[in-house]
Design a protein around this ligand. Structure first.
Ligand code: SF4
Length: 337
């Protein structure tokens, strides 16, 4: 179905997760402690559906937050069965799950397929063994590659999530990870800069000076590069930066790291800043008018008009105008007002 895509998110925080990645405290990140029961899941789905227009785009239920396929098969099936009535009446078109690469087998995939799962997002986080090891992930690059291949071969939409700024990580390793994600045929990705969350092993490393988080500027600049690389290779970036929970916003769960409530906007602003600077580099006339597609106008002007301010220093007055005939992501510069 064409049109917009809606995910109805159902968070299953850390349920049955036998691991403790250095950066993770699921309860702090999701702001929820209890896994939802059937009544809660139904309530979440009904509430979201009441705000959506049926037939306008794709609606999927997304089990996020934990490692779905690490749950007992019986528990996985119980959750999937909760969505079945909505699938049967066509209110939602499929189910998405997120999980770990080492909990994917042929048998698991057959079961998911038969119960309406259409997309699987793997938390790869890095495709560098040293980074995975230092981050306490408990799986290897080889396991990500094997799981991604199985998911792709079984015909699911494959998502591979990555993080930046992990222990032992650097910009080149993140770019290499992105390149491997592309080569593994991912259709989607999410990019999460590492944050130091309270009550995690990373907090202890940070406190004793053994871990240094990325600055906000470093994280934004790197995510802008990764976004452009993914976009050039037809991998859809579903998100950059964590959803800000209440604990993040009031500082209760966040210790350090490149957090910003509008992180994704900062990344889009940076991408447009790079495009605008490169396009106006050789121009000496002014004033300038920049034409972009209407959906790009805010990002082109920049977060808090940051790009307008940068260009105005160079060119005096700058006008931004939207034009439906311009391709998304492209821009046209004119010297007239
Ligand atoms: S596998 Fe996922 S849920 Fe479990 S500790 Fe790691 S990041 Fe957290």
């Amino acid at each position: 179905m064409s049109g917009p895509h809606y995910n109805i998110p159902v968070f299953i925080p850390g349920l049955a997760c036998p691991f403790y990645c250095v950066f993770c405290n699921q309860q702090s990140i999701t702001g929820k402690c209890k896994a939802p029961d059937e009544i809660a899941v139904k309530h979440i789905i009904d509430t979201h559906l009441s705000t959506l227009t049926p037939g306008e785009g794709t609606i999927e239920v997304a089990f996020f937050g934990g490692s779905f396929t690490a749950l007992d098969m019986e528990v996985q099936n119980r959750y999937l069965e909760m969505v079945k009535p909505y699938l049967e009446k066509g209110a939602v078109s499929g189910i998405r799950i997120s999980t770990r690469p080492d909990f994917i087998t042929h048998g698991i995939l057959i079961n998911l397929r038969s119960r309406g799962v259409v997309a699987i997002e793997l938390g790869a986080q890095s495709l560098d063994d040293e980074v995975l090891e230092k981050s306490g992930r408990g799986h290897t690059v080889q396991q990500v590659e094997t799981a991604a291949g199985l998911i792709y071969d079984h015909g699911f939409e494959l998502g591979l999530q990555m993080m930046t700024g992990l222990p032992g990580d650097n910009e080149q390793k993140s770019l290499n990870t992105a390149q491997k994600i592309i080569e593994l045929n991912a259709a989607t990705t999410r990019i999460y800069p590492t944050l130091v969350i309270r009550n995690t092993p990373l907090e202890k490393l940070y406190a004793r000076g053994a871990y240094f988080p990325q600055s906000l500027e470093e994280a934004v600049n790197l995510c802008a590069k990764l976004y452009e690389l993914f976009q050039a290779n037809a991998v859809k970036v579903l998100r950059t930066g964590l959803h800000p929970s209440e604990g993040m916003l009031n500082g209760e769960s966040l210790v350090a790291g490149p957090f910003h409530p509008a992180f994704g906007e900062l990344v889009m602003s940076k991408i447009w800043q790079n495009r605008l600077i490169s396009k106006t580099r050789d121009i000496s006339h002014y004033p300038l008018t920049i034409y972009v597609h209407p959906s790009d106008l805010n990002a082109a002007i920049g977060h808090k008009a940051s790009n307008r301010k940068i260009l105005e220093k160079e060119f005096g007055k700058i006008y931004f105008k939207s034009d439906i005939t311009i391709k998304k992501g492209a821009l046209y510069v004119d010297h007239a007002r």
